[in-house]
Design a protein around this ligand. Structure first.
Ligand code: FEO
Length: 399
């Protein structure tokens, strides 16, 4: 990646990670970027750093803008997670910054990660402003977007919001801006990022969007720490998408998510999927063996129904279903109806366990569930179709 001057004397100096394919359990088939920004003013400020193994990329880019890194005066830590701070100790050794600006939680997290209580921290809170000379930075705390320490940095002279993880995408590209990459990749990766990283924090995002609205700040560029930068009208596109996603908006779409041992659960999945489609829903039938949990979560974002199928193995659901449910419930989806089905040989606990897991996260069961012993009979398929019709009816009831 080369440096880009995104606003006068504001540079993007981060790194592209073309080949990462797993980001703490999230499949990143399009790679990602670790964006860092540099403002050259009377005081020179660096916003965030990069993952440790990309330190040389960051230093090369810093060198192109300011020469020796020790010319940098301030480091702004918008977020402490290691993809943005992994190289920080070595960067601090080179820069020897006059000040490190971060939230109170940021200082705590930095000390917990790097064990340097002597670094020159300066705690900031929402509304605090510092001057770099011609430009100023206003800080906006954004707890849980993505960690308790997170904050935005806003540069009013440039109408520029440096937004940390929010509004990001795991999307590696030579294009720097949203209008320079494939539209299809862009919104899919933005949605996948929201579904897998931020869905759990949707209430915080709703409050933050309201707060930013009340602050009345003008924005014509949003520069996240991952993926491409939103400029001009594209800022409105991602803000509108975040309003929608954080409201748990969904449409008449059902996912049949299953794993199978000897194809019995699969046969039921196909029959249930067909009946759901007959009921007017958009349907996807997804085998957990070939669909990554994070891709399924992207579909969960706007689906109103999940129908979960698992054969019973040793008195339990299949491990793939347990994996998916663990991941799914951590992201706390809302405004969905659910139902379960599955085949079994002798005891058949999978359906009961799935139902219990869904009840524990307050997702309503549209049907008590369907179990088929060994290979489904005509009666089992009829029960599956009845389950599907109950799901369709429950979907129609949802707002
Ligand atoms: Fe991109 Fe929460 O780190």
């Amino acid at each position: 990646m080369s440096i880009t001057e995104i606003k006068p004397n504001v540079y993007s100096v981060g790194a592209v990670d073309w080949n990462i394919r797993d980001f703490h359990g999230y499949s990143t088939e399009k790679g990602t970027t670790y964006n860092a920004y540099l403002i050259k003013d009377e005081k020179i400020a660096l916003f965030d750093t990069v993952k440790r193994e990309f330190k040389e990329h960051l230093l090369y880019h810093i060198g192109e803008v300011v020469g020796d890194p020790s010319n940098i005066d301030y480091i702004i830590i918008n977020h402490v997670e290691m993809d943005h701070s992994g190289s920080l100790p070595e960067i601090i050794d080179l820069i020897k910054p006059e000040k490190i600006f971060c939230t109170k939680n940021g200082q705590k997290a930095l000390i917990e990660h790097f064990h340097h209580p002597e670094w020159p921290y300066q705690i900031v809170a929402t509304g605090d402003t510092i001057s770099l000379g011609a430009k100023t930075i206003t800080f906006i705390e954004t707890p849980m977007l993505h960690w308790p320490d997170s904050m935005f940095s806003y540069i009013p002279e440039d109408k520029l919001l440096i937004s940390s993880d929010a509004f990001g995408q795991h999307l590696a590209s030579t294009g720097k801006y949203a209008d320079q990459v494939s539209e299809c990749d862009l919104m899919h990766q933005a949605a996948k990022y929201y579904a897998n990283i931020l869905m759990v924090f949707s209430p915080n995002i709703q409050r933050l969007l309201e707060k930013v609205g009340e602050m009345g700040i003008a924005i014509d560029m949003i520069a996240p720490d991952h993926g491409v930068i939103w400029r001009g009208d594209r800022c409105g596109d991602i803000l509108t998408a975040y309003k929608l996603w954080s409201s748990y908006h969904s449409h008449d779409k059902a996912l049949v998510i299953y794993d199978t041992m000897w194809h019995s659960t699969q046969k039921l999945a196909d029959a249930i999927g067909s009946e759901l489609a007959k009921g007017g829903l958009e349907v996807k039938v997804l085998n957990l063996k070939v669909n990554h949990r994070s891709d399924i979560m992207t579909d969960v974002l706007d689906a109103k129904a999940l129908v979960l199928g698992s054969a019973t193995l040793n008195n339990n659901m299949l491990p793939t279903m347990a994996d998916f449910i663990t991941y799914f419930k951590g992201l706390r989806p809302k405004n969905k109806v659910v139902a379960a089905f599955g085949s079994y040989g002798w005891s058949g606990e999978a359906v009961k366990h799935i139902n219990q897991a869904m009840e524990a996260i307050n997702l309503p069961l549209a049907h008590p569930g369907v179990r088929a012993k060994n290979v489904p009979t005509a009666e089992d398929f009829a029960a599956g179709r009845e389950l599907a019709r109950a799901v369709v009816a429950a979907v129609k009831e949802l707002k």
